[in-house]
Structure formats: structure tokens, C-alpha cells
Design a protein around this ligand. Structure first.
Ligand code: CTP
Length: 400
């Protein structure tokens, strides 16, 4: 009964694997969950509302309002009710709508209103699953903090064989059970995270910045919040949206603002992870007015910024966990080890710009963890959400 008392909204879309969802609902209920089914109109070609409502013991909704009574099926109330949403099977069509914020039916509107964790179990023919658009859309969902339960390989309705089958209901339920089990491990902890770039003003128009997207830091914040932590995210300029109610965001622009915001919260945090790409230098004097172009060359005097992480390393107490990142392009391990010791960290997460699809702007990352006991763990290329889970799994291993 690991799902005891959990309110799970099951979103069914119009794919043949929908015939397996009645068994999935039974398993969820057996595990103690309360289930509310919402379907797209086309899902009802594959499975009947009577079966779904009988098994879930609740009316099934597939339209914005009831045809007979006119009663509104509020997508907002449905979204607020859920502790978790599961889209299974998820077709390529609904996936594309979710990735782009379209809300043309009740289910996609419920998704847009969701503040709870969202899981998707895609199912489609192998060529659709392999299409770059589908891959991009799944990555987009992951970048929003949604969890993808990957399709498996086997016989498909088309008669072809390959990757595209929805994961079996038993395994989907296991996925959700594991999620809730893991969720509580950071309960009552305060986690401080820095993320994104910093912008150092040259004049009112220009700045010195870097390519950081903030996605790794956001994945860390999202993961910590889902594991039950209260998260304080100090975020440099970017376009990311943060929806989890346990994440408090302080927006900053410059390295010096980030320094102040981080130091304000550090004493109250049990775990601090500095994932921001902080500028090492800032213009000594910001020009009051736009600098006009003059001669053929232009020099700018820069001065060093304060190292936020190194400063935290100096004031850190024994029961606090401090984690840094190292972005390197050469002598990666050696440089990361130097930073680990110099900044007095529990461990450092190394990502190399030499690894394909890792680092700035990507939705994936490839890391190594180097800890103060000399251990080095290398990880595969993974989504930034999975990388964040690996980092917290390592934090939980530390004896504090
Ligand atoms: N960092 C920080 N404040 C700074 C510079 C870096 O808090 N002013 C943190 C980053 O958030 C990261 C770690 O220090 O967690 C390492 O950052 P990185 O840019 O890799 O290294 P630097 O210490 O800046 O050294 P270098 O630029 O020489 O590689």
C-alpha cells in the first residue's frame, strides 16, 4: 500500500495502449491510491467511460462541461486536487500540445494548470517515437520538471517491432511508488541553490555575461522540492519558469547581488549547492551613460568578483553540506580537485565542455562527482533531472 492516500489523476490519450489503463487503475487502487480519470475525446474510442468510472469509483471527465447539465468540469479544480498526474498512454499528438502549452481539450488544460509532479508514459509507433520532434518534445517536458517513463521495445500495434510500447502497468506503478518513497528523504531540510549566469553591467545598455541557462540549477531545485525540502533558489537572469510551491526564488543580476542573497540564507540551510556560473570579473566602474564608439580599440578595466562558494566554505559549520560545480575544458579532474579542497566542499560536480550534449543550454548533462575522501564517480550522459537525482543520492550518503 505504498500509494496510500495519494490522489492520482490519470490522463488517458487516444492510443491503443489505452486498453491497458483499466488494469493500471486497479493496480493504483490496490496500492492505496485515489484515482481520478480525465481523458482526451479520442481516448474514448479505445476504452469506455463505464469501465474507467467503475474501476476508479469516480465519474470520468473528457469535456470542459457536461452536455446534459452544462456543469463545468473545472480543469483548475482537477489540477489542484491531484498529488500527482500520470499521462498514460501519452500520444505524440498530446505530447506536442503539452510541450507547447496548447490547451484545446480538458486534459491539456488540466496539464497547464498542474502544480503537482507530472509523469508521462509515451506510447506510439517506433518511427513516431524516434522522430526528432518527439524527442525534442519529451526533452521539453523534462526541462519543465516532468518525469518521463520511457517507452519499451517490443511488438507494436502496427505489426512492426521496436521502441514505442508503453511501459507495462506494473512497472508504471513501481515508478510512482519509488517516487513517493524517495520523496520524503529531504523533509524538514532547507536547501539553498544558486543557478544561472550573472550579468555584470558595463553601461546602461551592455553587460558581460555567459552562456549558462540555469537548467541544471532548476533541475536541482525541482528535485529537492519533490524530495520534500524547502528550497531557496538564488537565480541569475534567464527565462525559466518555476512552479513548485516549495521553491522560493530570489532573482538577482550581478555576482555581487548573488553573493548577498546567498549569504542571507546560508546560515539557515542544511545543504547548499552552488550551480551558478558566476562572473569572475566585473567592470571596475559602470559608465553612467551609454559608451559611444570612439577609436579602433577599447579597453575596459575589470576587477575580481568575490567567490561566493569559497566564502561559504570558510563559514560552513560541520553539519552543513556544501557542494560546488566545476566547469572545465582541460585538466578536468586535477582542476576540480583543486577547487574542491580550496573551497572546503563536501564534494564537487565536474562537467566538462568537451562532452557532447553536456553543460550549457543542453537538457542533458554528463558529470563526475569528486568528494573530499578522494572518491571519483563517473556518470553516464543523462537528463538534467536524473543528474540532479544522482547528486541528491550522493548527498544522502554523506554522514552528517
Ligand atoms: N563560484 C562562486 N562564485 C564565484 C565564482 C565561482 O560561487 N565568484 C562557484 C560556482 O558556482 C561553482 C564553483 O564556484 O560552483 C566553481 O566555478 P568555476 O567557474 O568552475 O570555477 P572558478 O572558481 O571561477 O575558477 P576558474 O574560473 O578559474 O575555473
Amino acid at each position: 500500500m505504498s500509494l496510500k492516500g495519494k490522489k492520482i489523476l490519470v490522463g488517458i490519450t487516444g492510443g491503443i495502449a489505452a486498453y491497458k489503463i483499466p488494469s493500471l487503475i486497479r493496480l493504483l487502487i490496490k496500492s492505496g491510491a485515489e484515482v481520478q480519470v480525465v481523458t482526451t475525446p479520442s481516448a474514448l474510442h479505445f476504452v469506455t467511460p463505464l469501465v474507467l468510472s467503475t474501476l476508479s469509483n469516480k465519474p470520468v471527465f473528457s469535456k470542459f462541461s457536461d452536455d446534459d447539465t452544462g456543469q463545468w468540469n473545472s480543469h483548475v479544480a482537477l489540477a489542484n486536487w491531484a498529488d500527482l498526474m500520470l499521462f498514460a498512454p501519452l500520444t505524440a499528438n498530446t505530447l506536442a500540445k503539452m510541450a507547447h502549452g496548447q490547451a484545446d481539450n480538458l486534459l491539456t488544460a488540466v496539464y497547464l494548470s498542474a502544480k503537482c509532479p507530472v509523469f508521462v508514459a509515451p506510447a506510439m509507433d517506433l518511427d513516431m517515437y524516434a522522430h526528432p520532434t518527439t524527442k525534442q518534445n519529451l526533452q521539453a517536458l523534462q526541462s519543465f520538471g516532468n518525469h518521463v517513463i520511457p517507452a519499451t521495445s517490443g511488438f507494436l500495434a502496427s505489426g512492426l517491432e521496436g521502441l514505442g510500447r508503453m511501459e507495462e502497468p506494473e512497472n508504471i506503478v513501481k515508478f510512482l511508488e519509488e517516487y513517493f518513497l524517495k520523496k520524503k528523504t529531504l523533509a524538514n531540510k532547507r536547501v539553498l541553490i544558486s543557478a544561472g549566469p550573472t550579468y555584470e553591467a558595463i553601461d546602461p545598455v551592455r553587460f558581460i555575461g555567459n552562456h549558462s541557462s540555469g537548467k541544471m540549477g532548476l533541475a536541482l531545485a525541482q528535485t529537492a522540492a519533490e524530495m520534500g525540502a524547502e528550497v531557496q533558489l538564488v537565480l541569475g537572469p534567464n527565462h525559466l519558469t518555476i512552479t513548485h510551491p516549495n521553491i522560493k526564488v530570489t532573482h538577482v543580476t550581478s555576482a555581487s547581488e548573488m553573493y548577498d542573497a546567498v549569504h542571507q540564507d546560508f546560515a539557515n540551510s542544511q545543504i547548499a549547492i552552488m550551480a551558478a556560473a558566476v562572473a569572475d570579473f566585473t567592470p571596475k566602474n559602470m559608465a553612467k551613460h551609454k559608451i559611444k564608439k570612439g577609436g579602433q580599440t577599447f579597453s575596459l578595466e575589470l576587477e575580481a568578483t568575490k567567490d561566493i562558494l569559497a566564502s561559504l566554505g570558510k563559514i560552513k559549520k560541520d553539519d552543513q553540506i556544501l557542494v560546488g560545480f566545476a566547469m572545465e575544458t582541460q585538466n578536468e579532474i586535477e582542476n576540480a580537485q583543486k577547487k574542491l579542497h580550496k573551497k572546503n566542499l563536501d564534494f564537487i560536480v565536474l562537467n566538462s565542455l568537451n562532452d557532447k550534449n553536456a553543460g550549457f543550454k543542453h537538457n542533458t548533462n554528463k558529470i563526475s562527482i569528486l568528494d573530499k575522501d578522494g572518491r571519483i564517480i563517473h556518470y553516464e550522459l543523462k537528463s538534467k533531472n536524473e543528474v540532479a537525482e544522482d547528486i541528491f543520492a550522493h548527498i544522502l550518503q554523506l554522514k552528517k
